[in-house]
Ligand binder design. Structure first.
Ligand code: SAM
Ligand code: DTB
Ligand code: SF4
Length: 323
């Protein structure tokens, strides 16, 4: 299969995506690999480091999230980090080889005021260090998106998380359409869109591919698509669900790669419970980005040394810093 610009389609349907997702595994991986090689011939892996700049105490009831105040996870509401601490962490991430620094806040939405002003300063500071800057702050209006753009923000993460159908059983405090409205505001401001979801929350395979269809119907496609496996945090309503099998992640990554050929597909939360072989198969099947650093937002991630060793063993190289 030759991938050309005409392979960027926005008219995907769920049955069509399901047929791809359900192909025999090697057939699926072969197809995804062909798209991947045509579109991303350098084969480099983007390393993104996460930092939670405002942890816990969130008013939303997202069933998967350890930071929701609706669940007794033992995660305390902390005060927002100060600018110098964030910049220190960004410098450490850069030294360790990350090219993107992603800052998260446990907010339902951005509110104008001192906290948002501080985030704007964080973005400016991170950019001045030569790193790409990404934030994930909840819902955002057009004016706030424009301010972030002006500060130099490269990407805004806002996940659809699951299908429109399944969304209602995972979150009751906001709607799918609100999620899509924020993505429109981000796009309109000229910031690149990072949006993906989580598998392993009790959804059907149809829900998984329906989420990919929602993402692939966005025009343009999100530049980054994080594929997370649920991190089952004690105290959340989803804590007792069975773990995601590595092959399920491979299928999701490969299907995302085929549907959104030009996007970065990020193998995101859940790697700490995944074998190295399964991670490598995800990277082979189209993932070209990972979260890099000992911690995601509040839960553990493989250590930077472990990831460096994983890439080295496979002869994979990290994306170099931008000149
Ligand atoms: N509060 C903002 C929001 O919800 O958009 C930003 C931070 S929120 C923690 C960012 C994303 O992290 C969620 O959309 C979800 O996809 C992911 N996430 C949160 N908890 C997770 C978990 N236990 N396992 C996997 N992904 C998780
Ligand atoms: C994304 O898709 N996954 C990241 C990032 N975007 C913000 C967050 C994962 C969080 C996992 C649970 C935690 O560490 O709190
Ligand atoms: Fe709050 Fe975001 Fe967690 Fe939902 S996912 S509870 S909005 S921090």
């Amino acid at each position: 299969m030759t991938a050309t610009h005409s392979d960027l389609r926005h008219d995907w349907t769920t049955p069509e995506a399901l047929a791809i997702h359900e192909l025999p595994l090697f057939e699926l991986v072969d197809r995804a690999r062909a798209v991947h090689r045509a579109r991303h011939p350098d084969g480099k892996v983007q390393l993104c480091t996460l930092l939670s700049v405002k942890t816990g105490g969130c008013s939303e009831d997202c069933a998967y999230c350890p930071q929701s105040s609706h669940h007794a996870t033992g995660q305390k509401a902390e005060r927002m980090l100060d600018l110098p601490d964030v910049l220190d962490a960004a410098a450490r991430a850069k030294d360790a080889g990350a090219t993107r620094f992603c800052m998260g806040a446990a907010w339902r939405e951005v509110k104008d005021g001192p906290a948002f002003d501080r985030v704007v300063d964080m973005v400016k500071g991170v950019k001045s260090m030569g790193l790409e800057a990404c934030v994930t702050l909840g819902m955002l209006d057009e004016g706030q998106a424009a301010r972030l753009k002006e500060a130099g923000l490269d990407a805004y993460n806002h996940n659809l998380d699951t299908s429109r159908e399944a969304y209602k059983s995972i979150i009751s405090t906001r709607t799918y359409d609100e999620r899509l409205a924020t993505l429109r505001n981000v796009r309109k401001a000229g910031i690149t869109v990072c949006s993906g979801g989580i598998i392993g929350m009790g959804e059907t395979i149809s829900d998984r591919v329906a989420m990919l269809v929602e993402l692939a119907r966005l025009t343009p496609h999100p530049e980054s698509v994080p594929v997370n496996a649920l991190v089952r945090v004690p105290g959340t309503p989803l804590a007792e669900l069975p773990p995601v099998h590595g092959v399920e992640l491979v299928r999701m990554v490969a299907t995302a790669r085929i549907m959104m050929p030009a996007s970065r597909v990020r193998l995101s939360a859940g790697r700490a419970e995944l074998s190295e072989e399964a991670q490598l198969l995800c990277l082979y099947a189209g993932a070209n980005s990972i979260f890099y650093g000992d911690k995601l937002l509040t839960t553990p991630n493989p250590g930077a040394n472990e990831d460096a060793a994983l890439l080295a063993r496979a002869g994979l190289t990290a994306e170099p810093p931008r000149a």
